[in-house]
Design a protein around this ligand. Structure first.
Ligand SMILES: *[C@@H]1O[C@H](CO)[C@@H](O)[C@H](O)[C@H]1NC(C)=O
Ligand SMILES: *[C@@H]1O[C@H](CO)[C@@H](O)[C@H](O)[C@H]1NC(C)=O
Length: 297
């Protein structure tokens, strides 16, 4: 058995922080948010387009400390992320596959200004320049920063992969809210190969593909900086897709998961199997990840 049943719930960092975060999410309800840090994905119609039939999974929607990001870059939206501000990694990113025309790799790493201060701009920004523009303000209270990853031994592993997009969507995947600490071997080998196999499949068979890519946090593994638990190192990465034909009819849905270690192994699943797998780590029903479980009606 590759996946060991784990029933232990991960704990919040500290009760104080949890209260703060809950307070913040309550407060945010009183703002009319038009921007990318949204109360609900439903608040931004463009953001709903990244979910098959505009159905947002119930999965982890009501977990405390999670926020919804409509990832905005170069004056438009590119994908959606459910982000855990306590662990400073995404729960998942949701996107539509785009055939890539290649192009270079974005060299910047973006952070989310609105996770620093809700009144700040609604577009991801190069962390370096945001820091320069706001000297003395710590950007990393609710999100991971580049400095957390340096010398950590972990890759900044994309959930929504840059290879599944054309520029500028490709650039937008380089936000630190879309990456998790990933074992370098897995990131550069089995997971990368899995992503390119999906690219082949999507290109050859699908007219449109909805994809979800997520991470299952660990109970105790963190990137620690100056004795502070900064970024949770997830135990697993998973993804799921729903492939449609040119009549918007689902023709194939499938999934996969990988242990985030040097085993370097990706296990292929059906959508139902992935649901069961995710359920092991959740005290709420996982529910359908795609409208009607990606089945033709
Ligand atoms: C996207 O990234 C490429 C490669 O680094 C770069 O040449 C291009 O200017 C970027 N696009 C935008 C809109 O920043
Ligand atoms: C957020 O930014 C605004 C405008 O720069 C500033 O007036 C406000 O004090 C900031 N809020 C916090 C909590 O730092």
């Amino acid at each position: 058995m590759l996946f060991i049943l784990t029933l232990g719930q991960t704990r919040p960092i500290s009760p104080k922080m949890e209260t703060l975060v809950t307070l913040c999410s309550l407060l945010s309800l009183f703002f009319v948010v038009r921007a990318d840090l949204v109360g609900q994905f439903e608040d931004v119609p463009e953001c709903m387009e990244y979910f098959h039939s505009r159905k947002v999974p119930e999965y982890h929607m009501s977990t405390s400390g999670t926020v919804r990001l409509c990832q905005r870059f170069a004056n438009r939206y590119h994908f959606a992320t459910l982000y855990d501000t306590n662990r400073r990694i995404a729960v998942y990113s949701a996107y539509i596959f785009q055939p890539s025309n290649g192009g270079g790799r974005e060299r910047r790493w973006f952070v989310e200004p609105q996770l620093v201060n809700q009144s700040w701009q609604a577009e991801m920004k190069d962390g370096y320049w945001l820091g320069r523009d706001h000297p003395g303000i710590y950007l990393g209270e609710k999100q991971a920063l580049n400095e957390d990853y340096t010398h950590s031994g972990f890759d900044r592993g994309h959930l929504n992969p840059n290879g599944h997009h054309a520029v500028p969507g490709r650039n937008a995947t380089f936000t630190l809210t879309n990456v998790v600490p990933q074992n370098p071997k897995l990131n550069q080998n089995a997971w990368r190969i899995h992503e390119s196999q999906l690219t082949e499949l999507f290109r050859s068979k699908c007219s449109k593909v909805y994809v979800l890519v997520g991470a299952i946090p660990s109970a105790t593994n963190w990137i620690v900086k100056n004795n502070v638990k900064r970024v949770n190192i997830p135990d697993y990465l998973w993804n799921a897709f729903c492939c449609l034909d040119n009549n918007d009819k689902p023709i194939q849905g499938a999934a996969a998961a990988a242990r985030n270690n040097a085993d370097n192994w990706v296990e292929k699943f059906s959508l139902d199997e992935l649901g069961e797998f995710l359920q092991q780590f959740s005290n709420q029903p996982v529910g359908e990840l795609f409208h009607n479980n990606c089945m033709a009606v």
